[in-house]
Design a protein. Sequence first.
Length: 179
Amino acid sequence: MKNPVSSVSFSKIFKFQMMKNRNKLIPIILFSVVLFFSCNGIYENGSELSEDVNNYIPQISVNELKTKIDSNQEFLLIDVRQAVEYESGNIEGSMLLPRGNLEFLISDSLFWEEQFMYAPEKDDEIIIYSQKGERAALAVQSLINLSFENVKNLTGGYSAYDPNHKAEPVKKESGACGD
């Protein structure tokens, strides 16, 4: 006499269990797919990304910056625009360190020696600006990701600092934030 349990194959048991649990699995899979795509943070462009980043990073107003400058407080002021933008107008005492290079040079002691400066410490105050604050927002986030603790974005950028300045048209780089 055959044992009824031994005559049932493993694949038949597996298929039966899958069919039995199918009604439970489908909603779980659908929920997982919806959750994945809704939490994925997809942005249409760099401006949209920097707008979102701006909600989470420290800011400094033009008036606060001018007070720091007037009272000779110690901080590092970095302009992350392109050289042509910097040359057409900049905040006195700032240094040019374009966004594409910032992340690679901020801790490079040889670079800072060439500037006759010390590389900034992780807790030094660093204020970053761009034309409108978009590239600067992304730069601030990058430095925070690199463990810099006291980094701020100049709200409104150079346009807010000097509203009479006529910004030079700049060739947009492919894939750049473009502020």
